[in-house]
Design a protein around this ligand. Structure first.
Ligand code: HEC
Length: 249
């Protein structure tokens, strides 16, 4: 699962068994009856983890309730945590079922490192002009295009002359660094002497390097290799690759 602001630090407190656990959330939304009403709902169905689950909505406390009532229109981030402490996340959207305003989003992937270059373009139908657009919790703007985006899940909210917002979600995929050309040769030249089976972590194969991804990013930003430092570009590319999910590309 990709995150908009995903850096390796966010994963450091997640138990290691979660590397092989993928928790998928299905969110079923009930729209609000009219613009401004607080009668929407979200029901969460988790899969892939170990029961029992607890759930958090928009950063609130983890509770056993898996359905939420009395919600206003907007987007909600739901996190499920399973019995092992592994987590899954999904964004749910509640709109006004009566409103004719509809938003669709086209995405282009992020291929830039360290400066991301993903884009999202919103298209509306059923609107009363003028329309303004908001990315996540950002400010409303007149342009329907958002640029310089890293990989992750995003919401775009459109507000037209009626003042009634409509939200849609989109994912920017990220493929901003290559294991074969940006990561593997650097690890081989600068780490291989000392991490080729003789010392943990072993950094010889793709499987080992990707499994140690977060530790590698931590190490190259602090004390590895000993007595010297990789260049800023090398550090950025390895970090981008890990943030992209350490693909074998
Ligand atoms: C000259 C030998 C040497 C080289 C070269 C070297 N390391 Fe290490 N590495 C060590 C030693 C010794 C340790 C264990 C002691 C320590 O953490 O200082 C270690 C520990 C680590 C750890 C574990 C740190 C932790 O806190 O658990 C990681 C990750 C790591 N190295 C990554 C790398 C990476 C990535 C490179 C290349 C960019 C690299 N190392 C290059 C000797 C080396």
């Amino acid at each position: 699962m990709l995150w908009g602001s995903c850096t390796y630090e966010h994963f450091s407190s997640i138990p290691s068994q979660c590397a092989s656990t993928s928790i998928a959330l299905t969110l079923t939304a009930g729209n609000v009856s009219t613009c401004g009403a607080a009668d929407g709902s979200l029901a969460v169905t988790p899969a892939g983890g170990k029961r029992p689950y607890v759930f958090s909505i928009n950063g609130g406390n983890f509770l056993t309730d898996s359905s939420y009532q009395g919600l206003k229109a907007g987007s909600y981030t739901v996190i499920a945590r399973d019995a092992n402490g592994c987590m899954g996340t999904q964004i749910g959207v509640i709109n006004n079922g009566q409103s004719p305003l509809h938003v669709s989003i086209a995405a282009t992937p992020n291929t830039g490192c360290p400066t991301p270059n993903g884009t999202l373009t919103a298209t509306v139908t059923g609107q009363q002009d003028p329309v303004r657009y908001q990315l996540n919790a950002g400010t409303l703007q007149t342009s329907n295009v958002f640029t310089a985006l890293a990989g992750g899940h995003y919401t775009i909210t459109a507000v037209d002359a009626t003042g009634c917002p409509t939200t849609a979600t989109a994912t920017v995929t990220s493929n901003s660094a290559s294991f074969k050309t940006d990561v593997s040769p650097v690890i081989a030249s600068y780490c291989g002497n000392c991490h080729a089976g003789n010392r943990s972590p072993n950094l010889t194969t793709y499987t080992e390097i990707s499994a140690a991804g977060n530790a590698v990013v931590g190490a190259i930003n602090s004390n590895m290799p000993p007595g010297t430092k990789l260049t800023a570009t090398q550090i950025a590319l390895i970090t981008c690759w890990v943030n992209d999910g350490a693909p074998n590309n």
